[in-house]
Design a protein around this ligand. Structure first.
Ligand code: FE
Length: 252
């Protein structure tokens, strides 16, 4: 059965992920032991440190795929990006510098700053939705504002955006607070898919298999279907998000 990882920094020497081909291959082998069959390669783009436009990602993916084939590592790579939100995104799409997750250019992975949701986010996402594009907000559980109040995702989800959980967050790699938020987001359908965001084989590993194992079977299957739909450019169907109720203080 196919298992797709929708977010992975496996390309060698393009960002803070794999530093060289050797690490990329080690990551690929670990992915295979996780049961992963397909990886969307998503180097950072426009995050202030790294710029990996479409024209540079495509040959880099081809190069790594050729090496995997040579080494007989049974893994299929797709071209993608983790795009940091900027005011230039619409222009960058027009200029063909952005890679979507699917060949019909529907879904794109968008990263918000760690501490903030920029004021222009809602307007930008609305414009993308108007163009038939679907922003996928990556690791909302690691953004300070969404962690403070996961219900801040609701307006974006109601607009037709999606959100992607990072597997290690659910497993507990980033600590108890992020783990709790991750679980809350899964329980309330505030995230519709999970991906590794793996950066290497020492720190920031895959943990995708473990994350799926922590979920009820039914939810894990739903999320795996979403991953396929995102790659195929098909419409996603997932239960509607539910508001997280604030816990009341008190003993009873
Ligand atoms: Fe990432």
């Amino acid at each position: 059965m196919a298992m797709i990882d929708l977010h992975c920094h496996i390309l060698p020497n393009v960002d803070d992920g794999a530093g060289n081909m050797e690490t990329s291959l080690a990551m690929a082998k670990e992915a295979v032991t996780q049961g992963i069959t397909h990886i969307l390669c998503t180097p950072h783009h426009n995050n202030g440190r790294y710029d990996n436009s479409k024209a540079t990602v495509i040959p880099a993916v081809a190069l790594l795929q050729a090496e995997l084939d040579k080494q007989q590592i049974d893994l299929t790579l797709f071209e993608g990006q983790e795009v940091r939100i900027t005011g230039d995104l619409l222009q960058e799409i027009k200029d063909d510098r952005i890679l979507f997750t699917d060949l019909s250019n529907t879904y794109l992975l968008i990263e918000l700053p760690t501490m903030d949701i920029p004021a222009y986010t809602e307007e930008l996402f609305f414009e993308l939705r108007t163009q038939g594009k679907v922003p996928v907000i990556v690791h909302p559980e690691r953004n300070a504002k969404f962690r403070e109040d996961p219900n801040r995702l609701l307006p974006y989800l109601e607009m037709g955006c999606l959100a992607q959980l990072t597997a290690p967050s659910l497993v507990g790699t980033f600590g108890k607070s992020i783990q709790k938020t991750a679980q809350e987001m899964v329980d309330h359908h505030l995230v519709q898919m999970v991906a590794s965001d793996a950066h290497g084989v020492n720190k920031r590993r895959f943990h995708l298999k473990e994350a799926y194992e922590l979920m009820e079977n039914e939810k894990a299957e739903l999320m795996q279907q979403v991953a396929k739909d995102i790659i195929n450019g098909d419409e996603v169907s997932y239960p509607s998000p539910e508001k997280v109720k604030k816990k009341k203080f008190g003993l009873f």
